[in-house]
Design a protein around this ligand. Structure first.
Ligand code: DX5
Ligand code: ZN
Length: 226
């Protein structure tokens, strides 16, 4: 499988979003990574359903939507209908502490399975993501159910942070315990050097925001990640 490069438009100029999406499209990007933040799950607010709907009209690239929000179950349908091709939610957004709000660990597992089924019911790919402090082992019940696992190598919330290599090591465990066609994506602090580390562990999809958008030659930057 060739490495799927998904530039994050979080580092684009939102006043010139169409131009900045075309730029990556013309430079060999495979997907467009859309970071959705709600100010609750992460300490930042970005963009939502209307932006995804508008992006769908201006690009043929698959929209890789990364939900960093609480209650992702409520928003699957709107994002799917707006044109998301891959919808990734966070394990932590559905992982209730036992007995917190009366939920049990079993409730978390069944809610996660339900959300995966819901995403698939719209005929699109389902991804599950883990934050830096979450162990890869929690993903075991879901590895044969999802199309993609997204390993965060920074605390989600902002672009331009430093890559955490110990998080990338989780890729090995995920790879060893999953089917061959699982997409293993890494997000946070990716550049030409950290990309090599992630690929050596078995990643086959890379998200990069600042490395790509701050580069003076976007097509070379994308090529260097592949
Ligand atoms: C961070 C986002 C990332 C972000 C990556 O919470 O999920 O997609 O845009 O930015 P860089 O590549 O600059 O670390
Ligand atoms: Zn992201």
């Amino acid at each position: 499988m060739n490495t799927i490069i998904s530039p994050s438009i979080l580092s684009a100029d939102f006043a010139n979003l169409e131009r900045d999406v075309k730029r990556i499209e013309d430079s060999g990007a495979d997907w467009v990574h859309v970071d959705v933040m709600d100010g609750h799950f992460v300490p930042n607010i970005t963009i939502g359903v209307p932006v995804v709907k508008s992006l769908k009209k201006i690009t043929n690239l698959p929209l890789d939507v990364h939900l960093m929000i609480e209650n992702p179950d409520k928003y699957i349908e709107p994002f799917a209908k707006a044109g998301a091709d891959i919808l990734t939610f966070h394990y932590e957004s559905l992982c209730y502490e036992p007995s917190y709000y009366g939920h049990s660990e079993l409730d978390s597992e069944s809610s996660i399975l339900q959300i995966i089924n819901k995403i698939h019911s719209f005929g699109i790919k389902a991804g599950i993501s883990i934050k830096p402090k979450t162990q890869a082992q929690v993903l075991l019940p879901f590895l044969d159910k999802v199309d993609m696992v997204l390993v965060m190598t920074v605390e989600p919330g902002f672009g331009g942070q430093e890559f955490m290599e110990d998080c990338a090591e989780k890729i090995k465990f995920i790879k060893e315990n999953s089917k061959d066609d699982l997409i293993i994506q890494v997000d946070g602090g990716i550049n030409d050097k950290t990309a090599l580390i992630c690929k050596s562990y078995g990643a086959n999809s890379l998200v990069a925001g600042s490395y790509i958008y701050k580069s003076s030659n976007i097509s070379e930057a994308i090529k260097s990640l592949k």
